[in-house]
Design a protein around this ligand. Structure first.
Ligand code: SF4
Length: 485
C-alpha cells in the first residue's frame, strides 16, 4: 500500500483544479509560461479535479484550451497546440486521499501507537489510489460520480476489500449499516463494464472464516476472470487492539484454514485454470506449512499484500546465487544484476512517487563505502528463518560471515512480526547483540519519500546511535556493490 505524505483531505479546503508542482526545463509548459503553484482548472471547458482528470482530458488532443489560475491570482485562458504525443513537461501535485467512513473492527489505525508517523493514520478510501497504487477500498461509501469516473476513465483494476459476501458479516466487520455494506449492485455494475477487480479478505477467526470464507470465495470465484484474484490475509492485532470481538490468529487456526482453502484452490484450478484464492504468507509460516510453489502464484497478482512474497524471494535469491557462482567461476561479467528487487505489480505507470528514487539512490550510494563481508542482517521475526536459510547458502558460497538477526517488534507488539513494521526503537533495542562490521536493515522500513522510520525516528538519528555503519538495503544490491568496488 502506498503511504501518503499529505494531510487528510478533510483538513484541507478543496480548491478547484490541479496544482503544478514543477515544470520541466525547455518544455511546452515552460513555453506557455506555466509555473509551480499555478492551477489548471479547466481543459476545453471541462473541470479538472486532479492529474488523472488532466491526463484523461488531454489524451489524444493536439489542440486545447486551458483555464489556468496563476499563483498571482490572475486567470489565464491559454489556447495551445502540440504535436501528437508531445509531453507537456508538467509534474503535478499528489492526489489528496479521500477518507473512509467505516469503523472496521480491525482497522489498522486503531492498532497504531499514538506517536506513529502521522501518515499511518490516513484512512484512505479512494478509487483513484486503488487504480494508481493498488490501495484497497471497500466501495461502501463510493459516490455515483466516482462510479461513473471509474467506468468513463477506465480506472481498472480496482482493489476491493470484500471481507465477506454475506451482508450481515460484512456490515459487522466494517462497522456500518447493511445498506452501506451492500456493494453487490456496485460490483456488478463495475464488472458489467469490464472493470477488473482484485479482492481482499482480512480473515478474522470466528467471524468470516470457515463456511463464511468458503461462501465468499465461491461467490467471488463465480465472477472470474473479471474478479481476477482474491487475497486472504490474517488479521494482525498489535498490543493496542483491545477490541474483545476480535480473536487472535493461532497456528492451529492457520493449519485448519490452509486445509479448507486448499480444497477450494484445487477446485478453482480445475475449473478456472488458476489458483484464484491466495493465502497470505503469514498463514503458512504461522502454521509451519511449506510455502507453495511458483506455479501456485502464477504472476503473483497479490504480492504486495504479502501473498507470495516469500516464494518470490527464495526463487529470486536462488537465481542470484546461481549468478554469483558463475561470476566467481569467471563465466560472466558484473553486468548481471538480477532484476528482482522492488517488484511492484500494483503500481500503475501514472502513479506519482516523486522522491522514492532519490531516497533509494542515497541509500545505495552509501553501500559503496563498505568493504567487509562480516555483518548483521536484521529482519522481522517472521521472515528471519527463511532469510537465514538463504544467507547460509550465500556464506558458504562466497565465504562471507553474515549473521541474520530476528528483531522483535516491541513498538507494535502483539502479532506483528513482519520486517516492514520494524521501528527505529526496535533496531536500537538490539544494538548490543550485533556481530561484524556493519548492519543491514530492510530498505522498506524507510519511508519511500522521506528518510524516516515508522516511529518517526530520522534514519540519521538511528545511524548516529549505532556503533557500526547501518544501511537500509537489499542484500543482493549490497553484494553487487561490494563486488564492483
Ligand atoms: S476501510 Fe476500514 S480498515 Fe480501512 S481505513 Fe477505513 S476503517 Fe480502517
Amino acid at each position: 500500500m502506498y503511504e501518503f505524505a499529505v494531510t487528510p483531505a478533510v483538513t484541507q479546503l478543496r480548491r478547484p483544479g490541479v496544482t503544478i508542482d514543477s515544470v520541466e526545463p525547455n518544455s511546452l509548459a515552460e513555453e506557455l509560461d506555466l509555473a509551480k503553484g499555478d492551477r489548471i482548472v479547466r481543459v476545453n471547458g471541462r473541470p479538472v479535479r486532479d492529474y488523472l482528470d488532466f491526463r484523461f482530458q488531454t489524451a489524444g488532443e493536439t489542440e486545447m484550451t486551458f483555464l489556468v489560475r496563476k499563483v498571482s491570482g490572475e486567470s489565464w485562458e491559454i489556447d495551445l497546440e502540440r504535436d501528437e504525443g508531445e509531453e507537456f513537461g508538467i509534474n503535478f501535485e499528489q492526489i489528496v486521499p479521500r477518507q473512509c467512513a467505516n469503523e472496521c473492527l480491525f482497522c489498522f489505525c486503531k492498532g497504531n501507537p499514538e506517536d506513529a508517523r502521522p501518515s499511518l493514520f490516513v484512512r484512505d478510501e479512494d478509487i483513484r489510489l486503488s487504480f494508481l497504487y493498488g490501495n484497497y477500498t471497500t466501495l461502501s461509501s463510493i459516490t455515483e460520480d466516482e462510479m461513473n469516473r471509474i467506468i468513463e476513465q477506465r480506472l481498472s483494476p480496482q482493489y476491493v476489500s470484500v471481507h465477506a459476501t454475506d451482508l450481515k458479516t460484512r456490515a459487522y466487520l466494517l462497522g456500518v449499516p447493511e445498506e452501506r455494506a451492500d456493494i453487490s449492485d456496485k460490483l456488478e455494475r463495475l464488472l458489467d463494464n469490464n472493470i477488473e477487480i482484485h479482492a481482499q479478505i482480512v480473515l478474522c477467526p470466528e467471524i468470516n472464516d470457515g463456511k463464511q470464507l468458503e461462501k465468499t470465495l465461491r461467490d467471488l470465484g463465480s465472477h472470474y476472470p473479471k474478479v481476477v484474484s482474491t487475497a486472504i490475509v490474517p488479521v494482525a492485532l498489535t498490543r493496542y487492539n483491545k477490541d474483545e470481538r476480535l480473536t487472535r490468529v493461532t497456528p492451529e487456526f492457520c493449519r485448519r484454514t490452509i486445509e479448507e482453502v486448499e480444497k477450494l484452490q484445487a477446485e478453482f484450478r480445475k475449473k478456472l485454470g488458476v489458483t484464484f484464492a491466495f493465502l497470505g504468507d503469514e498463514i503458512y509460516l504461522k502454521a509451519g506449512v511449506s510455502i507453495p510453489s511458483k506455479e501456485h502464484y502464477g504472476n503473483y497478482p497479490q504480492i504486495e499484500d504479502g501473498v507470495g512474497m516469500i516464494r518470490s524471494f527464495v526463487n529470486e535469491f536462488d537465481e542470484f546465487l546461481e549468478d554469483l557462482k558463475e561470476e566467481i567461476n569467471g563465466q560472466r561479467k558484473l553486468d548481471i544484476k538480477v532484476e528482482v528487487s522492488g517488484r511492484n505489480v500494483r503500481t500503475h505507470e501514472l502513479a506519482i512517487t516523486p522522491l522514492s528514487n532519490a531516497i533509494e539512490k542515497t541509500l545505495n550510494s552509501e553501500l559503496k563505502t563498505q568493504n567487509s563481508l562480516r555483518g548483521t542482517i536484521m529482519t522481522g521475526e517472521m521472515f528471519a528463518p527463511t532469510l537465514k536459510e538463504q544467507v547460509d547458502k550465500l556464506n558458504k558460497l562466497i565465504g562471507s560471515e553474515f549473521h541474520v538477526m530476528a528483531v522483535p517488534n516491541t513498538y507494535f507488539g502483539g502479532d506483528v512480526s513482519v520486517a516492514g513494521l520494524l521501528s527505529g526503537q526496535d533496531f536500537l533495542a538490539v544494538k548490543a547483540k550485533i556481530k561484524g562490521d556493519f548492519v543491514i536493515i530492510p530498505e522498506h522500513v524507510i519511508k519511500s519519500d522521506e528518510p524516516i522510520l515508522i516511529d518517526g525516528m530520522q534514519f540519521d538519528e538511528l545511524k548516529a546511535k549505532y556503533p557500526v555503519p547501518i544501511y537500509a538495503a537489499d542484500l543482493k544490491d549490497f553484494i553487487w556493490e561490494y563486488l564492483e568496488s
